[in-house]
Write a protein that binds this ligand. Structure first.
Ligand code: NDP
Length: 401
């Protein structure tokens, strides 16, 4: 493999730092062009110096001076602001790793998808909020799009490639299944779920991740977002998409073929596995993870998800059938509600209830499929406004808890 030049959007996060760990372990194969963060100036400066980046960007303009000071004396250019983030995403490189969390990652990921040869996509919210638009731009630019989410990475492998962009052949596929660990509350009753705290929700039993996706994993909203992500990535109808609870998180995705064969991908639950696949795609590299020892594990278990206790999955079914705008609305409402839950302002079960109520209140209008970044961001803003009103209701009497 020729040396690959990378830009990492969201370099200071969980996916970003795991990516950089892999890059340093194989520094003869990779070099860094640009690293970005939101406000973590200290972390970004440290990473930019360590990995000899050429350019560093903070999204928050107020952090510009601090970043400039932190990088003075180093040959690294500095920029700040949302426009600078999108410009950074289009600097010519071999691959952009899109690992910003939330809809904030959409504009730069879209900018990369429109201009770069390869995008490794961790920011699932890009597809949830503007899936048709994103995949259209990927197609028009002939971008090689490689998913970083472990379940979609598994499906890509079980489908036998090719990278998305050249759409996979689904003729003989009867079902794509993504697995869910079930999160920290898999066995709690509905009443217990209403009383869980942010600290409990952040403590995922299997995966170590950023705070937003940890809460989404606990509510199973992450699985809902992943179903929508799969719909756009693989261009598959909702009837052929499913979720299976698998607490050990060893199998990440399964492709059921019409002849009865099922091809599944297995790996220890470590994000370095799918990140390594994306970084080296279409080749492979050492992901620095423990070998999988099935004998030591002894058994793998599976169960049906409980849609009653985890209504995010029912909402996902609705969204898979609806216009893309509905997914953008639910994503915006969810981001707002997760922030409010982490701040202690609402209960855990309020999160999905607020998403459902926000969608209900907006679904009367024409949501359509976002045709532009502005369309998607307008839906996001309106959903946040509406969800903010719902979250502020005294005692939130309309929600459980
Ligand atoms: P983290 O919260 O750990 O990191 C988020 C990164 O995005 C940080 O670099 C952060 O900068 C930056 N960021 C946050 N807000 C903004 C903003 N408004 N503008 C620009 N940059 C911003 O997230 P994760 O690494 O956990 O997740 C990243 C993405 O990957 C998400 O979409 C998630 O769903 C997906 N993903 C994550 C997995 C995981 O294991 N963590 C697994 C599969 C998918 P700063 O540090 O300055 O705040």
């Amino acid at each position: 493999m020729t040396r690959r030049r990378l830009t990492i959007l969201g370099a200071t996060g969980s996916v970003g730092t795991s990516t950089l760990d892999l890059v340093s372990a194989e520094s003869d194969r990779f070099e860094i062009d640009t690293l970005t963060a939101n406000r973590d100036v200290e972390g970004l400066a440290r990473l930019a110096i360590t990995h000899k980046a050429l350019h560093a960007v903070v999204a928050d303009e107020a952090c510009y001076d601090a970043l400039k000071v932190a990088l003075s004396g180093h040959d690294i250019t500095v920029a700040a602001g949302r426009a600078a983030l999108c410009e950074a995403a289009t600097r010519p490189v071999d691959m952009v790793v899109a690992a910003i969390v939330g809809v904030a990652g959409l504009a730069p990921a879209l900018a990369a998808a429109r201009t770069q040869p390869m995008v490794a996509l961790a920011n699932k919210e890009s597809l949830v909020c503007a899936g048709s638009l994103f995949m259209r731009d990927v197609g028009e630019n002939a971008t090689v799009l490689v998913p970083v989410d472990s379940e979609h990475s598994a499906l890509l492998q079980a489908l036998g490639g090719p990278a998305i962009g050249g759409a996979p052949d689904l003729t003989h596929v009867s079902k794509l299944v993504i697995t869910a660990s079930g999160g920290p509350f898999r066995t709690l009753s509905a009443g217990e779920l209403a009383r869980v705290t942010p600290q409990q929700a952040l403590a995922h039993p299997v995966w170590s991740m950023g705070s937003k996706i940890s809460i989404d994993s606990a509510s199973l909203m992450n699985k809902a977002l992943e179903l929508i992500e799969a719909k756009y990535l693989f261009g598959i109808d909702s009837a052929r998409l499913d979720v299976l609870v698998h607490p050990q998180s060893i199998i990440h995705g399964l492709v059921h073929y019409r002849d009865g064969s099922v091809v599944a991908q297995m790996a220890n639950p470590d994000m370095k596995v799918p990140i390594a696949l994306a970084l080296a795609w279409p080749q492979r590299m050492d992901a620095q993870v423990d070998p999988l020892d099935l004998a030591a594990l002894g058994s793998l278990t599976f169960e049906q998800p409980d849609r009653r206790r985890f209504p995010a999955l029912g909402l996902a079914r609705q969204l898979l059938e609806a216009d893309g705008g509905c997914s953008a609305v639910v994503n915006g409402a969810n981001e707002l509600a997760v922030d409010r839950f982490l701040a202690g302002a609402i209960g855990f079960t309020d999160i999905v209830a607020i998403c459902e109520a926000t969608l209900d209140s907006m679904a009367g209008g024409p949501l359509g499929d976002p045709q532009s970044l502005d369309d998607a961001m307008a839906l996001d803003a309106e959903a946040r406004r509406k969800a903010g009103e719902l979250a502020a209701r005294p005692a939130r009497s309309m929600f459980a808890g």
